[in-house]
Design a protein around this ligand. Sequence first.
Ligand SMILES: Nc1ncnc2c1ncn2[C@@H]1O[C@H](COP(=O)(O)OP(=O)(O)O)[C@@H](O)[C@H]1O
Ligand SMILES: [Mg+2]
Length: 1006
Amino acid sequence: MEASLTARDRVGIQDFVLLDAYTSESAFLDNLRKRFHENLIYTYIGTLLVSVNPYKELDIYSKKQMDTYMGVNFFELPPHIYALADNVFRTMLSEFNNHFILISGESGAGKTEASKKILQFYAVSCPSTKLLNNVRDRLLLSNPVLEAFGNAKTLKNDNSSRFGKYMDIQFDHQGGAVGGHILSYLLEKSRVVHQNHGERNFHIFYQMVEGGEEDLLRWLGLERNCKNYSYLVQGGCPKVSSINDKSDWKTVRKALSVIEFSETDIENLFGIIASVLHLGNIKFAADDRGYASLNNNQEMHWLLGIPAQVLQHGLTHRKIEAKSEEVFSPFSVDHAVYARDALAKAIYGRTFNWLVNKINESLANMDSSRKTVIGLLDIYGFEVFSVNSFEQFCINYCNEKLQQLFIQLTLKSEQEEYEMEGIEWEPVPYFNNKIICDLVEEKHRGIISLLDEECLRPGEATDLTLLEKMEDKIGGHPHFVTHKLADQKTRKTLERGDFRLLHYAGEVTYCVVGFLDKNNDLLYRNGKEVMRQSKNTVIKHCFPSTEPDSKRRPETVVTQFKSSLVGLTEILLSKEPWYVRCIKPNEAKQPGRFDDVLIRHQVKYLGLMEHLRVRRAGFAYRRKYEIFLQRYKPLCPDTWPNWKGTAAEGVHCLIKHLGYKSDEYKMGRTKIFIRHPRTLFATEDAFQVCKHKLATRIQAKYKGYRSFFRSYFRLMCTIQTATKIETCWRGLMARKEREKRAWAVKVIQKFIKGFMTRNEPSCNDNSEYLAYVRQNYLIRLRENLPKTVLEKDCWLTPPPIMKEVGDTFFNTNYFRCSYNIQHQTSGVTSSMFKGRKENYPLSVCRPFLDTRIGKRIQSFTIFLEDTYRNYMVKYDRNGFRPRVRQLIFTQEAAYLVEEAKIKQRIDYSSLKGVSVSNLSDNFLILHVTFDDIKQKGDLVLQCEYLFEALTKMSVIANKQNCIKVVQGSVRFDIQPGREGFVDFKSGQESMVYRAKNGHLMVVRLM
Ligand SMILES: Nc1ncnc2c1ncn2[C@@H]1O[C@H](COP(=O)(O)OP(=O)(O)O)[C@@H](O)[C@H]1O
Ligand SMILES: [Mg+2]
């Protein structure tokens, strides 16, 4: 990145940590503005990426750009979302742990676009195979489907996500994307029945009406005119110029089949969308007594295959249970409209959840082997409208929680880096928004508790009684104010039904009207019962008859939301964080317009100044010694062109030469820390000058060199040399090719001869062929072993040359003897593991072999004695990186071997114990004593044939008593005085990864 520092006056700096006035919002804004006007929308704060929505297509997302950023050091190229994506990916692969990228910003700031760019980058950059491409396509295509059902045009954004989305992308150990999982948060269901002026319902409705095929519309009873549907026109803008519903419909149709929705599922899904539209058109009239009645409604016919009479009754009556009796009480017209809308919202909301689950089934990774994940969190940003309701309250509460997490994690990681580098940490003052989180969520006293209490209490609770209750209970809180509590000046800005929260991001005034209703989200019980009569299988699935009925009230919306946020926080806390902060440059969605006031506000509430302050608390700049030295080594004669010592020594020598003062920098363990940007800028400027001089010198030399060669004679020489080299090269290649062919001819000839003489006694001509036949039979035999050794008739028929041996094998003592050995050893196994380890029963029908690696395969022959050999995955003691190794048990010792190299020898006398978990994993930990100073530490291994290997070891080494089956966690020694842990647990998915606490986490399927 330093390369363009000299252009900093024009294009600003690429990393805010290099801003001299780092506490000044104006300086921050100036830098952002300079860059924005140069179409440089990305800027770093350390590893955090700030992105400003350009509102125009920029040519920075091509395949070529992706290639440029793949595998390149984070700070070497201009800031880009690809650089961040690539860095996360490579860190995950090298550190073997889980990560998440939190993308935040207000509506329309570019979060969803950013998450799509990241996904596209992975789709291109990850290894590809047919299977992986399949997963990749599903991951990519789940997006348009979710957007069709979960996004809508709002005043802020024509494609605003009306739900929160957290998506895990799962990678195998080579970095192939093998699966995914999506969690969705709080869909704004109220949009189904009501839209503010200038807004639309969810895209899918318009897509279907505009783009649906004639036959489909006829089948669903729809007309191709959005204006005919009352749920589609309340915002007064069914058509939007920036949206092409017709072509989006085609994309969604195609995507649905790629993510494997069956034709029946698709039909059912479309039936539901159409039914919601029909439901919205149902009108009620008042009968003589003022009750809602519903006559001649054409719509009834199209509603989900529910008999018209059932539906009619269900929409106009409410079921009341009195003791043992059920009574139906008729609705007033208003009440009936309310119940109809509640039903429409419930149908859509539940179908959305069904859709997410269905997508998850299609993204599920079937392979239970090790995988690590990168989570993408694209969640609604802080929202302030002129009138803010319950939805904004939930969304802004979510942002408070995320800000809490952000501050905690940023401070923590900064502190950890200082500690790791051995640099003293100076505490940073910052605003902790916990006080606001508590105001909202504290048990019994927070707004959520008060709201729930008011929703659930008997008697006449209304939105206004809620307001009074809040005034009463939290009236004195410094972040809460209402009309009644406010001083005279503030009172003028508040209506009587308003309350205002002073969020960390700024003040938001909420109108309390509708809070109780939206929080209750009541669906009358007979509404559900009516739905259960539907012929639509998706609806049947969404309204199961097993659902607990309304005798116990379901959890309120806000409480459900609160729990889902707790779950989300847990997910995030177990992973390494990365951040993308999106900024919206203007409200008009226009390119090139940089609205200072709007952006200043976002900079503040996105916590960017806070983050910068933390990053800059001590030092503006830090880089690994190797990188720093590589760049600046021309500045010192001792380090140029090559430095012989360590990088740290080189940097030390370099900065001494440059005259850095002792308070301007600190030398960490692996990095240099520079306190002020000006020190770095001076170094960089010196480098630019030096580079120029160097370039001039090189150019001069080159010119001389060129003139030297200019003469004709030299040119001829060069041509001759080039021709000679080319001839030699071609000759070499041709010889190689000829040799290869000759070899192939010989092999084929020998094979044919062997086949023709296969029934003759072994001779030179057929010996290799017969060896091949034997080996082939044994391999097939290994894959088709009978369940028990006694099933004599089930053994594969041997080829004629092996028949005799086969017969001998089954009929002689050898067979009995081998049966006995199996039997005895399995007795050993059962005494160690039966009833203690979950997967023991599965191992019983798998016969043990003497060894799993034949001497021929084994690449060296130092173990001549009788040994057991098997492949294992060995996890590095420090980073838990997995490596394939052989484990060999001889009479004296266990050996860990990599190809032909012994990596570790453990004499049985030094083997203290072996731990395995009680779960169904196949991990074993060999504990060693450190009497032998050469001993490296305990071994963490994973072995497909765990029971066999441990049984062999216990028999060979007589170590039966030292094998322990443990629960939960195993402590092991990395080296004397340094401990490590392997934690075992059961979960929804099999996984092995390095957890945030540094332990190796082994999760086995429940
Ligand atoms: N990197 C970008 N390049 C071009 N246009 C963008 C970019 N990011 C966002 N936009 C534009 O802004 C609109 C809103 O972005 P979106 O990601 O949907 O916002 P959010 O998810 O934050 O509400 C997009 O539809 C697109 O037109
Ligand atoms: Mg979005």
